[in-house]
Design a protein around this ligand. Structure first.
Ligand code: URA
Length: 279
């Protein structure tokens, strides 16, 4: 029998030069995170030779930016620690809830971004979770990916309150399984807080957010949802925001109503306003 060729010995693992250190961002992303300009514009500015790192003009947008480096755009310093900013947006029905800004056609970004004033348009925005295309209500956006993780992780136990209009007739007996932690095909759901507002309106508060979770839970007890609206995330409510409208949350709201203390508050570290903010 022919012998199997011997495998070459495994090369030793490459040393991780960033171990124990903060990983550098790449240049265009660092500018976008800092709110100096959106990433696409940053790439163009870098190519045009308008950006320097520690006094050297750098024309490659993937160049690493060491944590203590001094970044300048058109000779003006950019403060690299961006404040945490959060927008409350009232999602209308019929628009897709994409988490990536790149896929913009028919998505919430297409509705939100054109409304943003210059000082907000220069940040890279992330949607905080998703809502189904036909679901309306509160969708948060932030420039801080740690806040996305905080709000969407089931570990955080941040409540999300939905109101469903249901076919069929809701009563206490019907909704009881939702309060007990019912089985779903992707594992048991946590016990939900449920209130029957009237026979066609059920309020469901969850601390997790699985695909179509509210609709699946209601469907399983014979109350298929005709419409779904998210009223609140944490203690932030959609309030009287008009459909398609947004507002910037205050630092206190982010801290006290989303229970997030991860990054610098907006008032403590606003970006050095580079005059190039023309997004
Ligand atoms: N649960 C759903 O079923 N749909 C949503 O959009 C959000 C939660």
């Amino acid at each position: 029998m022919p012998r199997k060729p011997e495998r070459p010995p495994k090369s030793p693992p490459r040393p991780n030069r960033w171990e124990g250190k903060e990983k550098p961002d790449w240049l265009s992303r660092a500018l976008a995170r800092a709110g100096a300009m959106p990433q696409k514009e940053a790439e163009a500015a870098i190519k045009a030779g308008r950006v320097s790192i520690n006094g050297h003009v750098v024309k490659t947008h993937l160049s690493p930016v060491p944590p203590d480096a001094v970044l300048k755009v058109d000779g003006l310093p950019v403060r690299k620690v961006a404040p945490t900013l959060v927008l409350a947006f009232h999602k209308p029905a019929g628009v897709l809830s994409s988490t990536a800004r790149q896929h913009r056609t028919g998505t919430v970004f297409e509705v939100l971004l054109p409304q943003l004033p210059t000082e907000l348009a220069s940040y890279t925005w992330h949607a905080v979770g998703r809502l189904d295309v036909d679901t309306t209500g509160l969708l948060l956006f932030t420039n801080d990916d740690k806040l996305v993780a905080h709000c969407t992780s089931p570990e955080t136990l941040l409540p999300k309150r939905y109101v469903a209009t249901v076919f069929s007739t809701a009563d206490e007996e019907r909704v009881a399984p939702l309060r007990e932690g019912m089985p779903l095909d992707d594992g048991p759901a946590r016990p939900a807080v449920v209130r029957v507002r009237d026979e066609h309106t059920v309020e469901v508060t969850l601390t997790e957010g699985r695909h179509h979770q509210v609709k699946r839970m209601l469907g399983a007890v014979g109350l298929p949802a005709r419409a779904l609206h998210r009223e609140a995330v944490g203690e932030i409510t959609v309030g009287d925001l008009p459909e398609g409208g947004f507002r910037l949350l205050t630092d206190a709201e982010v801290r006290e109503k989303l229970h997030y203390t991860g990054r610098a508050p907006a008032t403590a570290a606003s970006p050095t306003a580079p005059e190039t903010e023309d997004a």
